[in-house]
Design a protein around this ligand. Structure first.
Ligand SMILES: C[S@@+](CC[C@H](N)C(=O)[O-])C[C@H]1O[C@@H](n2cnc3c(N)ncnc32)[C@H](O)[C@@H]1O
Length: 405
């Protein structure tokens, strides 16, 4: 077993669990709100397809991002003097990119791709895969040790389908000669394996929330230590990012207290997805079938459909329970102590309802997860919950009341 944090008292240990691969285990009692991991990306790449030229914008929201730190660009950004396709928010981002993500080799490769008509006609997903491959091969040039870390991440058995083969060949055909040392040949097998690692391990840095629930990804990042988190549909940690402050690290915080020895898991997607959609995403994108406590319960919901034939999700269940409780209250609250409205944690149909009431953001269309603010330096737990999507702060015991900004 190895530790994730170096130092006197590690918070997380890495362990191998049969059927789950590597996993992160609490090395001590962990407190709600506690930061258990800060991780920096070894690789970041834009999630936007190529725009086809220096003047085009391809973002769904028409926002454009610095090609190094992925903050929203200022009104007068700096343009890469070599390719003039890539933009930076400051001289320090331009300088930093030149020795990392936008090395002369990456700059030339990306410019050649953008200038290649048959590449620009490719569907957006393929163009974004190309961005990842260029970033990954560039990493092998600028940081061979980080490239080895990328290679050590989990991948699935991959089949090199025709579409992958054609995009890889297209990219290879425009690659400028690699500088030496370039120990990794640009093979179809290596490219397919890298794409699989990206699919299983990349974290999305989201566009700012527009309030309508529509948020697309502005960039993807590979965070090597955070890649060890397995999935649970009732996670005990959630991750925060502060990309608009110019910091591309991700921070993982405990949602609630957890005893030593318990596995620490993220949810790989918003927790409100219903059973059927969760299982579909996990099978298709991550290659496993989830048998967490929540899935065991929801698998038994009759056909996962309600009386109207619609998919049942946790929101529906929480709503039903709240309605039932309101009816109970109208009945005089015979079964309730002190008149408290409290979700019945012993309800055998949905014993996890408390999670959605307490830890899911109640802002419309947000679907974020709430975690307490970090404990005080003296170790006192915070009663203030923060949403990891919209940033809303609310008191832990408030029924939907937001705090004044
Ligand atoms: C981001 S990696 C997590 C770390 C991984 N276990 C490893 O060994 O590197 C995602 C992969 O871990 C495995 N995994 C994650 N959560 C799991 C779960 N709840 N049950 C089984 N396998 C899981 C799946 O193979 C998934 O594709």
């Amino acid at each position: 077993m190895s530790t994730v944090e170096s130092g006197a008292a590690p918070l997380l240990n890495v362990a191998e669990i049969p059927g789950r691969g590597r996993a992160l285990i609490a090395a001590q009692h962990l407190q709600g709100g506690q930061v258990v991991l800060r991780d920096s990306p070894i690789l970041l790449y834009s999630a936007l397809p190529f725009s086809g030229g220096p003047s085009g914008s391809s973002s769904s929201s028409n926002l454009r991002y610095c090609d190094h730190c992925f903050r929203v660009l200022p009104s007068a950004p700096l343009r890469c003097p070599s390719c003039s396709y890539h933009f930076f928010c400051s001289p320090s981002c331009l300088g930093g990119a030149t020795v990392s993500s936008h090395s002369p080799w990456a700059c030339q490769t990306l410019a050649r791709l953008i200038g290649c008509p048959s590449f620009i006609e490719q569907p957006p997903d393929r163009q974004i895969q190309a961005r990842f491959l260029v970033a990954a091969y560039n990493l092998s040039i600028t940081s061979p040790s980080n490239f080895q870390t990328l290679l050590s991440l989990q991948s699935r058995d991959f089949h090199t389908d025709d579409a992958t083969a054609s995009i890889v060949q297209l990219i290879a055909s425009v690659f400028p000669p690699p500088p030496t040392p370039f120990s990794h040949g640009f093979s179809l097998e290596l490219s397919a394996s890298l794409l699989s690692k990206d699919k299983l391990n990349a974290f999305g840095l989201m566009e700012p929330s527009g309030g309508d629930g529509e948020r697309s990804v502005r960039a993807y990042g590979i965070y090597p230590r955070a890649s060890f988190f397995n999935h649970d549909c009732l996670p005990n940690v959630c991750r925060f990012d502060y990309v608009d402050t110019g910091n591309t690290d991700i921070i993982v915080r405990m949602i609630h207290d957890v005893p030593m020895g318990r596995e620490i898991c993220l949810s790989y997607f918003p927790v409100n997805l219903n059973y059927r959609n969760r299982q579909k995403r996990l099978a298709e994108d991550y290659g496993f079938s989830c048998d967490c406590d929540r899935c065991k319960v929801e698998a038994n919901w009759s056909d996962n459909e309600n009386d109207n034939g619609e998919d049942v999700d946790a929101d529906d269940e929480v709503e039903n329970m709240e309605e039932e409780e309101e009816e109970e209250e109208e009945d005089g609250g015979k079964n309730m102590e002190d008149g408290d409205i409290e979700v019945d944690k012993n309800n055998t149909d949905f014993p996890h309802a408390y999670f959605f009431v307490r830890y899911m953001c109640n802002r419309e269309n947000c679907f974020g997860t709430l975690a307490p603010l970090p404990p005080s330096p003296a170790g006192a737990s915070s009663e203030i919950m923060e949403c990891n999507v919209c940033g809303q702060l609310k008191r832990a015991d408030d029924e939907g009341e937001e705090m004044d900004e």
